[in-house]
Design a protein around this ligand. Sequence first.
Ligand SMILES: NC(=O)c1ccc[n+]([C@@H]2O[C@H](COP(=O)([O-])OP(=O)(O)OC[C@H]3O[C@@H](n4cnc5c(N)ncnc54)[C@H](OP(=O)(O)O)[C@@H]3O)[C@@H](O)[C@H]2O)c1
Length: 248
Amino acid sequence: MNAQSEQPQAAPVALITGAARRVGRAIALRLAKAGFAIAIHYNTSANDAEQTRQDCVACGVDADTIRADLADRPATAALVDAVLTRFGRLDALINNASIFERSTANDLSLSEWDRTLQVNLTAPLQLALGARPALNRTGGCIVNLCDVATARPWPDHLAYIVSKGGLETLTAVLARALAPDVRVVGVAPGVAVWPDAYPADQRAQLVKRIPLQRAGTAEDIAEAVHYLLSASYVTGTVIPVDGGRHRA
Ligand SMILES: NC(=O)c1ccc[n+]([C@@H]2O[C@H](COP(=O)([O-])OP(=O)(O)OC[C@H]3O[C@@H](n4cnc5c(N)ncnc54)[C@H](OP(=O)(O)O)[C@@H]3O)[C@@H](O)[C@H]2O)c1
């Protein structure tokens, strides 16, 4: 993060967790194109975060990078204050950062379970509650990145899928708890960006089951996030962005 503390922004400010790469980066760029100043949170991907920052600035908005390990509760609690110190306001919190690791009923490690639940579920709650006063002032919005797979829960990603089911419920509860000043919504991707090592034949099999007959893109997810930020009568809803897979 740049050392300077700046004048409060005139432009709306979005904090996007895990915004260095993949879906988070696409959301950062989409919101930068819409005129948001962007707080790019990252953990390990410092170089990619800096590239995202430069690409947001090239869209004509202010942007900065802020590091925090969301597995660490005190570091998570400090993140919103760091954003407010740097940008002076907050209009949108996008809980995108996530751990997606294999775990089954046969090999579950409780420490991995705790870490996944902390990053994917507790950190979004901590950030939402920390951001609440600032979002109250701006009539802001929280968008949680969920997963359509909670409807067909995968036994081989046990901790992940439970965390995303919890995040969906958290979205519904917080929408009621934080209304009427703050809206809380979610986007549930199907396939947006493949896991790096996903085999080509399995990709083809999965795409055959998607009514729109293609995998999605990070930009498809970013477009839905942008829509929800402007949808002022929508709260408590999680929109599937999955090519229709949840109906097939
Ligand atoms: N990709 C898909 O097709 C898909 C499908 C369904 C749902 N989703 C959901 O959509 C969101 C974005 O997906 P994605 O595939 O782009 O996510 P991803 O690449 O798996 O993870 C996004 C970022 O999360 C950050 N992160 C992980 N552990 C962290 C920690 N301890 N502290 C802070 N940040 C941490 C990482 O930041 P650093 O790199 O900086 O460490 C990572 O770049 C996720 O919530 C995911 O569950 C995605």
